[in-house]
Design a protein around this ligand. Sequence first.
Ligand code: NAD
Ligand code: MG
Length: 393
Amino acid sequence: MENVSILGATGSIGTSTLDVISLHPERFKVFAVSGFSQLERLREIALQFSPRYIVVANESDAAGLKSKLPSVLPCEILFGKQALVDIAKDSEVDTVMSAIVGAAGLLPTLAAVRASKKVLLANKESLVMSGELFMRAVSEHKATLIPIDSEHNAIFQCLPENYRYADAQGSGISHLLLTASGGPFRELMPQALEDVTPEQACAHPNWDMGRKISVDSASMMNKGLEFIEAKWLFGLDETRIKVLIHPQSTIHSMVQYKDGSVIAQMGNPDMRTPIAHALSYPTRIESGVAPLDFFEQQDFSFQAPEQARFPNLFLAMEASRLGQSATTALNAANESAVAAFLRKQIKFTDIFSVNQHVVESCNHESLNSIDDILEHDSQCREQALQYISTLRH
Ligand code: NAD
Ligand code: MG
């Protein structure tokens, strides 16, 4: 029996993870879950999976949840940031699903890595913020890191069995081909992007996701973050990673080899596939996802992303080339800008202005520790908020 801690169990990835686990009660036990504010959902999870620990944001939520649970349930309710770290590194835990959204996921995910766990990484922001230090910790602590992001999980599946980190030459890899759906605004005139609403931005054509990543998909910042994520996960430089728009989201990404072969991973767009793959790797288990029906499939098409429509993608690629302090700055700015857009304080197109302003004006000194990164992250958030206050409509 494998003990699994799920960080961010109430979200979209958390829910899909619980769905897959519920199909395999003989193999996986939900050891601990966390949720930030959705107490009713946590109550349902507690009743269905009976985890040993539930982590909530604060003491009053802990008391609120406790009063809603039957007293016979053998489940301890903890709260706060240290409790997230504790359920990630607990000696009884085998596998940690990292599915908190944003920078809040960094410390508990790193704690799981430092405790040499099998870490299933959905929280791409932690790699964007700290890629080099994070990957060094993975190697020093011999953690097993398996990507959940569908593109990176696809690439992981398409790489040679014995792929050695950063060895593109030896592995015969020419390029990683990251596919992108193009989101809900792929065909909108760039001028019309000024007036789109949070509801339109969150209505993704192919995937059902949390609100922050949905806005990132609409702006294609998500693909920018994934570009940086791919660089760190697979140890390849920017020249070996290409982005192509594939609106059907059937090919989840590809690896192009120097002999002319291209290996793709395909399936219906449903996160339960990469989650099941990662949970059971290197074996395969049922995920609950319907098989891909090639006869019902629309044609596959591909386009290059345009800079005028998706400036955030190009900014992220530039930040990747600039290095760690630029990508930390970009992530901090983007989280602040997306939150302001979702609160209807700024326009969709302002997200790019905020991101560009912070990346261009922040200090690009080297960041040598996680404390340096967190300090830089909070300075950049302040800068972003100041700039946002000049934009309010
Ligand atoms: P979501 O908004 O649906 O869920 C986020 C989870 O994080 C929730 O459980 C929430 O309670 C928790 N959370 C939010 N703020 C927190 C905080 N400050 N402290 C502690 N917990 C907090 O998001 P999601 O769509 O499930 O995405 C989760 C992560 O997975 C993101 O990093 C996202 O980029 C990545 N991801 C998601 C998808 C997808 O299909 N949803 C695909 C690829 C990658
Ligand atoms: Mg993705």
